[in-house]
Design a protein around this ligand. Structure first.
Ligand code: PEP
Length: 252
């Protein structure tokens, strides 16, 4: 019922040439992967080239951030309409690196989610606790705050068009993965919030990806969890071989 998603977040890696080469090589992999959706998120400079290379294939292209205004005097920013124009179908919003390095707030995440939906993009909305929050038992409180704040004002129909990524901050780029059970527990909690805020049907339909040091050797155990609907992957998405192994994760 919920089609899994394997998404690669390339962060500030890859030139245009490297991006096109990667997309060309991953196209046949995606063509064979009828069990999941395959998304790559290159940096802004390579989005149009990625989308052109991916055209007609099953590789989908996501941006890593957006601004909420259609246009304006916002030096260095890119709007959701511009991302659509470049050929994107998705946009990652509220990644912990943006929250931590750029002070992105739940209110800004909310404006970006609404702008992405208005432009016809699928927002991949990231939530996740820090190590300190987990250690003092505030994981759920933090997830709830980010969920409620980031998705405020969405209708159930809007909600059914988004993807959520649960990314514990302490697991991102650290090699330290949440156990499949820990991740599933957080996903279950988020699905419960979804049920209360948007309705049970929407909660059952929403795809919740796990992110945080997902690698070819742990993706199978994570994906075996009923609650985990895919992976948002940083480091291991940068090489064609490991991204291929992630897309072809072990299945039942
Ligand atoms: C990420 O960037 O969203 C991420 C999960 O990174 P990594 O897989 O490298 O931990």
């Amino acid at each position: 019922m919920r089609k899994p998603v394997i998404a690669g977040n390339w962060k500030m890696y890859k030139t245009i040439e490297e991006t096109v080469d990667f997309v060309e090589r991953i196209k046949p992999v995606a063509a064979q992967a009828s069990h999941c959706e395959v998304i790559v998120a290159p940096p802004f400079t390579a989005l149009a080239a990625a989308a052109a290379a991916a055209r007609g294939s099953k590789v989908l292209v996501s941006a890593q951030n957006c601004h909420w205004d259609k246009e304006g005097a916002h030096t260095g920013e890119v709007s959701t309409l511009m991302l659509r124009n470049a050929g994107c179908t998705h946009v990652i919003i509220g990644h912990s690196e943006r929250r931590q390095e750029w002070g992105e707030t739940d209110e800004q995440v909310n404006k970006k989610v609404k702008a992405a939906l208005a432009a016809g993009l699928t927002p991949i909305v990231c939530v996740g606790e820090t190590l300190a929050q987990r250690e003092i038992g505030e994981t759920e409180e933090n997830l709830e705050r980010q969920f409620v704040g980031g998705l405020a004002g969405l209708t159930p129909v809007d909600f059914s068009r988004i993807i959520i990524a649960y990314e514990p901050v302490w697991a991102i780029g650290t090699g330290r993965t949440a156990t499949p059970e820990m991740a599933a527990e957080a996903h279950h909690f988020l699905r419960g919030l979804a049920g209360r805020q948007f309705g049970e049907r929407e909660a059952q339909g929403i795809r919740i990806l796990y992110g945080g040091s997902v690698k070819p050797d742990n993706v199978g155990a994570l994906m075996a969890q009923e609650e985990i609907d895919g992976a948002l992957v940083g480091g291991a998405s940068l090489k064609v071989d490991s991204f291929t192994a992630l897309v072809n994760y072990p299945r039942g």
